[in-house]
Design a protein around this ligand. Structure first.
Ligand SMILES: C[S@@+](CC[C@H](N)C(=O)[O-])C[C@H]1O[C@@H](n2cnc3c(N)ncnc32)[C@H](O)[C@@H]1O
Length: 240
């Protein structure tokens, strides 16, 4: 059982060991990193990327909402959305990502819903045609070099009172200097850039509704627990 799982994970583990390609544009590096892992992405990431369902539950998506995921990957969060609020009861869901091999899987998934659109675009600049009610990023902000532009864009596309959700790895405030340095270096090898500035920016752009700091196991590394957080914030109504 363990050996069969290990053999199935081998391509993913090899790519993680090699790290994200260092040359090319951001999109080319993502494609070089994810193309060899795409078919096994969901099974492996289910054991690495924790709290995604919790984030979607905490977003409290209302009936009739317009929902956007920036950096959707294979679209695996559609299942959690559907559990929290049946997708058929929503106005629409738009899934945005830059990486074609992952988007191909997202398109396969989205095909079963009449109101889910999969869009190849950069989260720094893409805008929906109407203001939306919920925007979320699940383990994507740390992989976006211009993450400040992404947060500003997410805020701009939300209707006042709309909610932004983020779940991602982070450097915990209570973490030791050595521990935080370890996680920063370890994740950076795969193009995941942890920064204390993410939390501060989220709190300055949105009214905090939920903040949880957690740790979760890492596949094949017993004893190691990676720090992640879950944030939900509300876009304030502007004062006149
Ligand atoms: C770790 S994956 C997370 C995928 C998915 N949200 C999940 O929870 O499984 C990070 C995703 O962010 C995407 N990404 C990185 N930079 C991006 C950008 N500037 N615009 C859109 N997507 C981006 C990557 O292509 C990748 O699919």
């Amino acid at each position: 059982m363990f050996l069969a799982e290990f053999a199935a994970d081998a391509r993913v583990l090899w790519r993680l060991l090699c790290g994200q390609p260092r040359s090319g544009s951001h999109g080319e590096r993502l494609e070089g990193f994810y193309a060899p892992q795409a078919e096994r992405y969901d099974t492996f990431r289910a054991r690495l990327l924790h709290g995604r369902g919790d984030l979607i539950a905490a977003l409290e998506i209302p009936v009739g909402a317009r929902v956007v995921e920036l950096g959707c990957g294979t679209g695996s969060n559609l299942e959690a959305i559907d559990q929290a609020r049946p997708i058929a009861t929503l106005a629409d869901v738009q899934l945005v990502d830059l990486c074609p091999p992952l988007l191909a899987l997202a398109r396969r998934r989205a095909a079963q819903y009449g109101n889910v659109e999969v869009i190849e675009a950069d989260a720094t600049t893409w805008r929906p045609p109407h203001p939306v009610d919920r925007v979320f990023l699940s383990y994507a902000l740390t992989m976006m070099p211009d993450w400040r532009a992404v947060l500003a864009n997410a805020r701009a596309m939300l209707a006042p009172g709309g909610r932004l959700g983020v779940v991602d790895f982070h450097l915990p405030q209570g973490g030791s200097r050595l521990g935080n340095r370890f996680w920063k270096t370890w994740f950076a090898h795969d193009g995941v850039h942890l920064s204390e500035a993410h939390g501060a920016a989220l709190r300055s752009l949105f009214i905090e509704a939920t903040l949880q700091e957690c740790r979760a196991p890492v596949p094949y590394l017993p004893g190691l627990r990676a720090p992640y957080y879950l944030f939900v914030g509300v876009k304030p109504f502007e004062r006149l």
